[in-house]
Write a protein that binds this ligand. Structure first.
Ligand code: UDX
Length: 447
């Protein structure tokens, strides 16, 4: 039996930490490191730097088992590993292109610590030809030690289900130039028993960008259909069901709402457009996808205005701040722009999110007169003229609408995620505004 190769993970963020612990769960010996020492120390003490379901338990288990170790010295982590996964951030620059400074930094650290053959794997989402540049950087900055290879193995981890996605991937994509690199990666992932696609490195890199851009495209498509539904009198939920039954289209990512956010879809879309332009390809289709997504915020705020008439001095309960449920991540969350717009319009906001309030507070500190953080959805609804739903946390669907109704000034709900039970709201006499559907009005109310 081949000995298990030692795995190293550079960068312990939303991709790196679940990846490191996922490999530990598969029985590998894993070391993880990050340029942020305080993060490494916290992880070493069993405290994950962000909320991700199941992560804390897995961290505790593998710190205890010794399968995972968080090392503050990056050089030591490099030296100890046979396979090194680069999982550092690739944020976007002003012009939309990917900022690869952290990737280059990781490559240079690897170069300075190469002591024997190592396989370097680019896992962060990066533009086509990044693996080639990582290879060049290691050659340039290495001290004559040239026994290494670079492969690409893009991640497809969704926040909120990252551990599950690591252990049950739809596919594992491996882009590598040599049989040794391919077989090392194949061996690592074999225990998962999932389909593996072996490609060249450029193709593997492009699969990732093309996947996220396509997901963004699907969302913007259904959002435009939703606008048409509102104008022409149809129901976007039914349209999505009708579309989704065609296996060529697929049922996922057809939920209309206030648009996509997060650290991946918006930035990957921009980066992919940039890559296309650099190669002389006009991908205007994707520009439009981004534009449609931006316009969701305007439409939503207009919807709130249409429901309430004047926003100045209205008390609005905002339910949900994270860019999607089961995460505390607010990066590029639609809530950021919605809250900004509502504040500009003079509304007083009562915010609630089961996980993301501490993060949101850093951007929008509490102001006793115009923006307060509440401890529950019900507390946020207290004295409100309307409830606005920005993230589809499951607890919002389960809430006792009678109690909500009793605590509000007006029974109005504007649901930016179409996630509530219309019948339950109707029973309590709510005026319920959804996306891509006719609003539900209590008996006797005319629109
Ligand atoms: C994404 C990709 O899905 C994952 O494969 C990748 O590797 C990382 O980026 P993530 O950013 O965690 O994952 O979120 P995702 O589940 O893709 O949702 C992105 C955004 O789209 C969220 O804001 C979500 O609310 C929105 N969305 C999703 C919709 O508006 N409608 C939908 O039908 C689906």
């Amino acid at each position: 039996m081949t000995p298990k190769r030692r795995v190293g993970v550079l960068g312990l963020g939303h991709v790196g930490l679940p990846t490191a612990l996922g490999f530990a769960e598969l029985g590998c010996t894993v070391v993880g490191t990050d340029s942020d020492r305080s993060k490494v120390e916290a992880i070493g003490a069993g405290v994950p730097p962000f909320y991700e379901p199941g992560l804390e338990e897995l961290l505790e288990r593998h710190l205890a088992s010794g399968q995972f170790q968080a090392l503050p010295e990056i050089s030591e982590a490099v030296r100890r590993s046979d396979i090194l996964f680069i999982c550092v951030g690739t944020p976007h620059r002003e012009d939309g292109s990917a900022d690869l400074a952290q990737v280059e930094g990781a490559a240079r650290t690897v170069a300075a610590n190469l002591d024997r053959y190592k396989l370097i794997v680019e896992k962060s989402t990066a533009p086509v030809m990044t693996a080639l540049w990582v290879e060049r950087a290691i050659q340039r900055y290495g001290r004559g030690q040239r026994d290494f290879e670079v492969a690409c193995n893009p991640e497809f981890l969704r926040e909120g289900t990252a551990i599950h996605d690591f252990l049950h991937p739809d596919r594992v994509v491996i882009g590598a130039n040599s049989e040794r690199a391919r077989s090392w990666l194949r061996e690592l992932y074999e225990p998962l028993g999932r389909p593996m696609l072996i490609t060249d490195r450029n193709s593997a890199e492009m699969i990732k960008h093309a996947s996220n851009a396509f997901l963004a495209l699907k969302i913007s498509y259904i959002n435009m259909v939703s606008d048409l539904c509102e104008a022409a009198g149809a129901n976007v939920h039914d349209i999505a069901a009708g579309l989704g039954l065609d296996p060529r289209i697929g049922a996922h990512f057809l939920e209309a709402g206030i648009g996509y956010g997060g650290f991946c879809l918006p930035k990957d879309l921009k980066a992919f457009i940039h890559v296309a332009e650099e190669h002389g390809v006009n991908f205007a289709l994707l520009r439009e996808v981004g534009r449609i997504n931006e316009s969701r915020i305007d439409r939503f705020v207009r919807k709130v205005q249409q429901a309430l008439w004047v926003l100045q001095d209205k008390e609005l309960a905002v339910w949900g701040l994270s860019f999607k449920p089961h995460t505390d991540d607010i990066r590029d969350a639609p809530s950021l722009r919605v809250v900004q717009r509502l504040r500009q319009a003079g509304a007083c906001l009562r915010l609630y999110d089961p996980a993301a309030a501490p993060e949101f507070r850093r951007v929008f500190p509490e102001d006793p007169h115009s923006l307060v953080y509440c401890s529950s959805a019900l507390a946020a609804a207290q004295g409100a003229h309307a409830v606005l739903v920005l993230t589809e946390w499951p607890e919002f669907r389960e809430i006792d609408w009678k109690q909500v109704r009793e605590s509000m000034v007006l029974p109005i709900v504007v649901d930016g995620r179409n996630c509530l039970d219309a019948a339950a709201l109707s029973t309590e006499g709510f005026e319920y505004h959804r996306v891509g559907e006719a609003s539900l009005m209590p008996a006797g109310v005319k629109v």
